[in-house]
Write a protein that binds this ligand. Structure first.
Ligand code: NAD
Length: 300
């Protein structure tokens, strides 16, 4: 099976460097017309430059088709304009990789509200902005492949990244509902949790790891997750050539009889509540409610 993107229009945000650049280059190499979006700021989100232009030139030099966009994902109107231009020039928007991101790491005790605000704004609200700007077009053309970028921090936590972790798990949540709302329109939505040596991790990874964790090693998962035959509603981790899936699960739990519905009753049933035997992966909030009903029925 060869995965091609001929005739597809792809938008990659934050594609002026790091992972986004690697996604954009490979999408173009496999036939997509690519909008390379990047504000070109510093790692903490300050400033701007024309980072996107250099990647567009790289794509064109390799024989591909690309246009640059220097807008900020935090500005909804700029994203609407970006999407409109892609549609006008190339006829649609089929693939969207929400990848733009910044870091403002500090322990929660030292974190200013402004650092929390901006990180959530760029990652979570920024991805919602671009997706919203492309959503109607994807529905109308009955085709859309959307990838959100989460992180191990969002899924599992990481010291000093409360703002980033909150935004990143938010993106996994956004994916789950967009997957449900988009299914009828052939819109598939997935989340990737990458690990790669980029400017975001250059002072975190030891040099030998930095070299192993190339952005190119994440590209195969990202491109599969936005391909025609992509799965949907998946969370996939990718780094250094290793790939895995992550799930939000639900234990069978217990339903307590009326007299035991007290904090003490929960404490007494705790081991049973957290017992992972028979755990499921609910495909929607409604499925969680069905699990609750099952537990109540078992009570008789
Ligand atoms: P990077 O800093 O090289 O790339 C992020 C890009 O986003 C930059 O080019 C930056 O200019 C751009 N950007 C920032 N704010 C923007 C805005 N408002 N509008 C448009 N563009 C903006 O870092 P990266 O490692 O390639 O990160 C890519 C994505 O992967 C990010 O969402 C990051 O959180 C995520 N991620 C990376 C790792 C890793 O190990 N590198 C791990 C987990 C998640």
């Amino acid at each position: 099976m060869t995965i091609k993107f001929d005739g597809r229009v792809a938008i990659v945000t934050g594609a002026g460097g790091g992972l986004g650049r690697a996604y954009a280059l490979e999408l173009a190499r496999r036939g997509a017309k690519v909008v390379v979006n990047d504000l070109g700021g510093a790692r903490d989100g300050t400033g701007h430059s024309d980072a996107a232009l250099a990647v567009v030139e790289e794509i064109r030099a390799a024989g591909g088709t690309a246009m640059s966009n220097g807008g900020s994902v935090t500005e909804y109107e700029q994203m609407v304009e970006m999407v409109a231009r892609a549609k006008e020039e190339w006829g649609g928007v089929h693939v969207l990789i929400n990848n733009a991101g910044i870091l403002r790491d500090k322990s929660f005790a030292k974190m200013e509200p402004a650092d929390f605000d901006l990180v959530v704004k760029v990652h979570l609200l920024g991805s919602a902005n671009v997706t919203k700007a492309a959503w109607d077009i994807m529905r109308e053309q009955a085709y859309g492949r959307i990838l959100m970028t989460a992180s191990s921090t969002g899924l599992y936590g990481n010291f000093g990244q409360a703002n980033y972790g909150a935004a990143k798990l938010g993106l996994a949540g956004l994916t789950k509902t967009l997957h449900l709302e988009g299914a009828k329109y052939n819109i598939r939505c997935n989340t990737i949790a990458p690990v790669a040596g980029t400017r975001m991790t250059e002072d975190i990874f030891p040099p030998e790891l930095f070299e192993k964790f190339t952005p190119e090693n994440v590209v195969p998962a990202a491109l599969y997750l936005v391909s025609e035959d992509a799965p949907t509603n998946m969370m996939v981790g990718a780094g250094a050539g290793a790939f895995h899936a992550a799930y939000v699960t639900m234990t069978p739990g217990v339903a307590l009889p009326e007299g035991e519905r007290t904090p003490e009753g929960v404490a007494a049933a705790w081991e049973k509540i957290i017992d992972r035997n028979g755990e499921i992966v609910p495909q929607s909030g409604a499925e969680q409610s069905m699990g609750v009903m099952r537990a109540l029925q078992a009570l008789g």
